[in-house]
Every structure is written in C-alpha cells, then in structure tokens.
Design a protein around this ligand. Structure first.
Ligand SMILES: [Zn+2]
Ligand SMILES: [Zn+2]
Length: 340
C-alpha cells in the first residue's frame, strides 16, 4: 500500500509498504477520506513535538477490510469513523475517567500510524459505525467535531449569552454551530477572510466581522461596553488567543481552542485575571464525545457539507500541508485511494 511517511520535520515521503495486519482487538480500515488538521501542519513544520518517522492523519473514515482476533462488534464491509485517541486505561488519569489526559496516550496519526495511507490499523473500540446518511468525507470530520463538542462543554455557555468566536475556518464553523445549539443570545464571529465570513453567516452567526478592531467595536457595541460572556479562540494563533482576553467581560470565560505552536506565548497579568474573575479554559481532545458528534452530523444539526473545500490524492499531501498553496481552503480531504 501507499503511505505518506514524515521522516523528520519538513521531509515527507510517499512510500510503498506491505499492508499492515490487524492484531487482536483491531480492525484494518481502508481509508476513504482523511482530513488535514492544523495539528498535522504543526507536526510537519516541527511546531508540535512527536517521535519521527510518523504517518500523520488523525481525522479519517473508511471501510473495514479485515478484522483481528477477538473483534466482536465490527465486520468486513462496515463503514466507520475513527476516534484516533488510543488510551492505556491503566494510568492514574485513565482510572479517573480522564482518558483524554492519559499519560500514555498514543493517538493514531501522532504516535501510531495514521490515515494518510491506503490502510490503517484501528483498535475496534476506536471505530464508530458511520450512519448511512453520512459520506466518508463527512465521516472524516467527526473527529474534529467531537473535539468541538468537548470545547463547547467546557466553555459553559448559558442561554442568552453573548458569544464571540474568533476564526471561521472549519473548526470555527463547527464551534459556531454548537454555540447556536447551546442557545447563545448573540453570536459574533470575527474572521479576516470575507468568504469565510459569508459561510459563518450561512451557518448561523448573527454577525461576522473582520478580525481586530472591527471585532472589538462590534462586541463592545452589543454588550454596552462590557465585553462578551464567552470568547472562543478558534484560529490557533497566539495573537488571537491574547485578543480573546480583550473581548471578554468581567466574570466571563475565554476558551482557547485553536492549536497554537507549542513555543507560542501569551502575556497575561494574574492580577487582571483575579480582579476580573476571568475563567480561561483550554481544550484539545474529545473524550467520550464521538457518539454525540455522529448524532449531530447525522441529524444535520451541525452542517458539515460546506466545510471541505478541496480533496487531494496522497501525492499532493505535501503541497496541501502548506496553506500558502491553498489560501482559501477550509478543510482539505486527502483521498489515499485516488491516484494523481
Ligand atoms: Zn485534528
Ligand atoms: Zn492512560
């Protein structure tokens, strides 16, 4: 089979390797679609530390083509969406139900081989049957949606709240729909790209404004100068994470959701946090939220159709990892079975 192997940061090779075999409790998935995530870009450029070489790709869906021993629920031919987070179940975090904080977390596409390959080995418990009405392309969006569900749970939005979402890329567009479902009274999206602003409006934003001063002016205007109840950072930029702190009201919550490079820093005054009783939440993962994400997608309550803007074969993965080559891209889907 073909796989895209990142040997070290910036060095990606498409190679022909033997098809892997599923071990006990594992299934072999023929990868139909695997989304490119900001995390893949960070790993590829060296901004997110992992052990190389690594086959990236943790957002994927496909068909089960072989099963290992002791696989009980799934069979050959089943369509599945994959939860990439393989947990140890015995560390102190797992034993407290905090599986997303597992001390020995070994996610597919980050530690174990992922979905930028024609086939991937997946523990049966990490594969979720894909409802009939969901295409593989949308199935590959279930993982990021499950992360967004977790992020929204932590943001603690209350009915009627004024919420600002900073960034309307694929993640921002999922988050803003969940903010709507949570019952926000006013939803402001800030985003520099005009076509993304249009999309945010179609998906339920009350108003979509340019980033920076325009966003600040809009938030202050609709909140009588006090700031938003909840501000969600969805762009993965330290500058935007810092800007979120400027938009939140006293007693409000800032949720840092976008994945910034590990070395990025935000300067913050502890006094200001105390004095204003600010809550800052971080979230990165999707513990026990795949089933909810599947339901939200299958029922159309969260619309995913417009989020995938491009699809590329494995041979174009390296080009697609550089957003400069796809300046207007939303989610880019890699189709490993497709030939260039
Ligand atoms: Zn991701
Ligand atoms: Zn663990």
């Amino acid at each position: 089979m073909l796989q895209a192997n990142v040997k070290r940061p910036g060095d990606l090779q498409i190679e022909q390797v033997p098809e892997p075999r599923p071990g006990p409790g594992e299934v072999l998935v023929s990868v139909a679609s695997c989304g490119i995530c900001g995390t893949d870009r960070s790993i590829f450029t060296g901004g997110y530390p992992v052990a190389f070489p690594i086959v990236l790709g943790h957002e994927f869906a496909g068909t089960v083509v072989a099963v290992g021993e002791r696989v009980e629920q799934l069979g050959v031919g089943d369509r599945v969406a994959v939860d990439p987070n393989v947990t140890c179940d015995t560390c102190a975090f797992c034993r407290r139900g905090l599986v997303h904080l597992c001390a020995r977390l070994s996610p597919l596409g980050v530690v174990r081989p992922g979905g930028f390959a024609e086939f991937a080995v997946v523990p049966e418990r990490n594969a979720y049957r894909l409802p009939e009405q969901l295409s593989f392309e949308r199935g590959a969006l279930i993982e990021p949606l499950a992360c967004c569900v977790r992020g929204i749970q932590l943001a603690g939005i209350e009915v009627g709240d004024t919420v600002a979402v900073l960034g309307a890329g694929p993640i921002g567009c999922m988050l803003l729909q969940l903010v709507r479902l949570e019952g926000a009274g006013r939803l402001i999206v800030s985003e520099p790209n005009p076509s993304r602003r249009e999309l945010a409006l179609r998906l339920g934003a009350d108003v979509a404004v340019d980033a920076g001063d325009a966003a600040r002016a809009e938030v202050l205007e609709v909140t009588e100068g006090i700031g938003a109840d909840v501000v969600i950072e969805a762009s993965g930029r330290a500058r935007t994470a810092a800007f979120a702190l400027e938009l939140v009201r006293r007693g409000g919550t800032v949720a840092w959701f976008g994945s910034c490079p590990e070395s990025d820093r935000v300067e913050i005054s502890p006094f200001w946090v105390n004095d204003n009783e600010i809550t800052i939440r971080g979230s990165f993962n999707n513990p026990f939220t795949h089933a909810q994400a599947l339901r939200l997608a299958a029922t159309g309550r969260v619309k995913l159709d417009e989020l995938v803007t491009d699809s590329v074969p494995l041979s174009k993965l390296e080009a697609a990892l550089d957003l400069a080559n796809f300046p207007n891209a939303g989610k880019i889907a890699v189709i490993p079975g497709e030939r260039a």
